[in-house]
Design a protein around this ligand. Structure first.
Ligand code: HEC
Length: 402
C-alpha cells in the first residue's frame, strides 16, 4: 500500500510538473453566451483574462519598395494582449495592440496603407508536429486567414470586393451634382467593413471564401492610442476543426504609418490556445511551446561552420543575403519543430515568398513535377546533437521588444 501511494504521488508529481512546464500561451474559457457576433466592445470581455504575446517583424520576405524598406530597416517586435472565449459552437478572440497613429485607407488612394490585423489557423487536420508555414501557409499545408483592415466607408453595389474601382470618383462617370449625390450615398449606406476570409497555401496563393460556407465576424476599433480587433468564427466548419483540447493560432498586425502591407507586418509564432475543459490538448501545447534543449553557443558555432551564412542573413547585424530568407527574426515566429524540419528537409515547407529584389538566379525554389523543391543545401546528414544546438541558437534570433 505504501509503495503504491508513493508511486502514485511520483506519477502525479511528474504529471503536474509536465503540465506546469508546458502551459498554453492563451487559455480560452467556456462561456454560456452566444459568441457568433461579438465585437471588441462586447460586455463578454469584461471579465476576460488577457495573455501577453509578441509579434515579430516578418523579415523572411522583403518587398520591392525602397522607401518602405528604409522606414522598416530597424524594426522592433510589438507586444499585444490576447484573450479567447468559446461557447461550444463558436470561438472568439480579442487582440489589443498599441499604435500611436490611426491609419485608415480610402479606396482610391493607393499610396495610403491601413492599420489592420489577421488571425490565422491551420486548415484541415491539425498535425502538431507539422504545422503550416507561419507566413500564410505553404504548399500542401493550407491556413485559414481572417483579415480586417481600417478602411474608409465604401459602397459596393455589386458585392465583388473591387472597392478600388468602385470608389474612385475618377472611374465613375459622375460629375458635380451627381457625383455629390453619389458621395452622399456612400456616406449614408457605406460600410467600413473590409473583412476578408481566405484559404492560403503560401504568400500570393490565396482563395477568398465568399460563398457563405462559413462565417467570420471581425471588428476593429481604435481607443487610447491602440487598436482592438475582435474575431468570432465557428469552432468547426468545412475548412478548419478547432473543436479540440488545444489549437494553434497566429496573429499579424499591420502598421499603415510604416507603409505596412502584404508581408510587411508583425507576426506572432504559432501560439497554443487551450480550450478549457474541451479535452486533452497537451500534445499540441507541447509541440508549439517546447523550446529546444540544445546548446545555443555551440549552435552558433555550427551555423558558422556549416555555411548557412552563404545564403542567409543570420543575425540582423549581418549584411543582407538574397540567396535565402533572413533568419534574423526566425526565433520569434518559428517553433523548434519547424526549425528542425527546415534544416533536415528544406522542401517539406518551402518559404513561398520569392524575393523580387533578388536576381532571378537566386530563386528560393524550383518546380519539379509541379512540386516546389527548395534550393537550400541538404543537411539531413547532420548528427542529432549538432542539429539540436543549431535549433537552440536559431530560437535566440529575434528582434528586441518595443
Ligand atoms: C544554398 C543556399 C542555402 C544554404 C547554404 C542554407 N540555406 Fe536555409 N534556406 C535557403 C533557402 C533558399 C530557403 C527558402 C526555401 C525553403 O524554405 O527551403 C531557406 C530556408 C531556411 C529556413 C526557413 C526560414 C523561414 O523563414 O521560415 C531555415 C530555418 C534555414 N533555411 C536554415 C538554414 C541553416 C541553419 C543553414 C545552415 C545549416 C542553412 N539554412 C543553409 C537557402 C540556403
Amino acid at each position: 500500500m505504501k509503495k503504491l501511494s508513493t508511486s502514485l504521488i511520483a506519477a502525479l508529481w511528474a504529471a503536474t510538473s509536465l503540465m506546469a512546464s508546458q502551459a498554453a500561451d492563451i487559455v480560452a474559457k467556456k462561456v454560456n453566451v452566444d459568441l457568433s457576433r461579438v465585437s471588441y466592445s462586447s460586455d463578454v470581455w469584461n471579465s476576460a483574462v488577457f495573455s501577453e504575446v509578441v509579434l515579430y517583424p516578418q523579415t523572411a520576405i522583403v518587398l520591392n519598395d525602397k522607401k518602405a524598406n528604409e522606414i522598416n530597416a530597424v524594426t522592433k517586435a510589438k507586444k499585444a494582449h490576447v484573450s479567447a472565449l468559446y461557447d461550444g459552437k463558436q470561438i472568439a478572440f480579442l487582440i489589443k495592440w498599441a499604435d500611436g497613429s490611426m491609419n485608415i485607407q480610402s479606396g482610391y488612394q493607393s499610396d495610403t496603407y491601413a492599420d489592420g490585423f489577421a488571425v490565422q489557423f491551420p486548415a484541415g487536420v491539425i498535425n502538431p508536429e507539422a504545422l503550416p508555414y507561419i507566413g500564410m501557409g505553404s504548399e500542401g499545408r493550407a491556413v485559414m486567414v481572417h483579415l480586417q483592415k481600417a478602411v474608409k466607408a465604401h459602397y459596393e453595389p455589386n458585392g465583388q470586393g473591387n472597392v478600388y474601382y468602385q470608389l474612385n470618383p475618377n472611374q465613375t462617370e459622375l460629375f458635380e451634382g451627381e457625383l455629390e449625390a453619389f458621395n452622399q450615398k456612400v456616406k449614408a449606406i457605406g460600410s467600413n467593413d473590409y473583412e476578408k476570409l481566405f484559404i492560403a497555401e503560401g504568400f500570393r496563393s490565396t482563395t477568398e471564401i465568399k460563398d457563405g460556407t462559413t462565417f467570420s465576424y471581425a471588428r476593429l476599433g481604435y481607443k487610447s492610442e491602440g487598436w482592438m480587433g475582435s474575431l468570432s468564427r465557428p469552432l468547426k466548419d468545412v475548412y478548419v476543426d478547432l473543436n479540440r483540447g488545444a489549437i494553434p493560432v497566429a496573429f499579424a498586425v499591420w502598421d499603415g504609418e510604416k507603409m505596412g502591407r502584404d508581408g510587411l507586418k508583425n507576426l506572432s509564432a504559432w501560439l497554443s490556445v487551450e480550450l478549457e475543459g474541451n479535452g486533452d490538448g497537451s500534445a499540441l501545447i507541447m509541440a508549439v511551446n517546447k523550446d529546444s534543449a540544445g546548446d545555443a553557443v555551440a549552435g552558433k558555432e555550427a551555423v558558422a561552420t556549416n555555411g548557412c551564412a552563404g545564403c542567409h542573413q543570420v543575425e540582423s547585424t549581418d549584411a543582407p543575403n538574397y540567396m535565402g530568407p533572413s533568419l534574423s527574426n526566425v526565433g520569434g515566429y518559428a517553433t523548434a519543430a519547424y526549425l528542425r524540419e527546415s534544416i533536415l528537409s528544406p522542401s517539406s515547407v518551402v518559404v513561398p515568398g520569392y524575393n523580387r529584389n533578388a536576381h532571378s538566379n537566386y530563386m528560393w525554389y524550383t518546380e519539379e513535377n509541379g512540386k516546389r523543391v527548395s534550393t537550400m543545401t541538404d543537411y539531413s546528414w547532420l548528427d542529432a546533437q549538432t542539429l539540436e544546438n543549431m535549433v537552440a541558437y536559431l530560437q535566440t534570433l529575434k528582434a528586441e521588444v518595443e
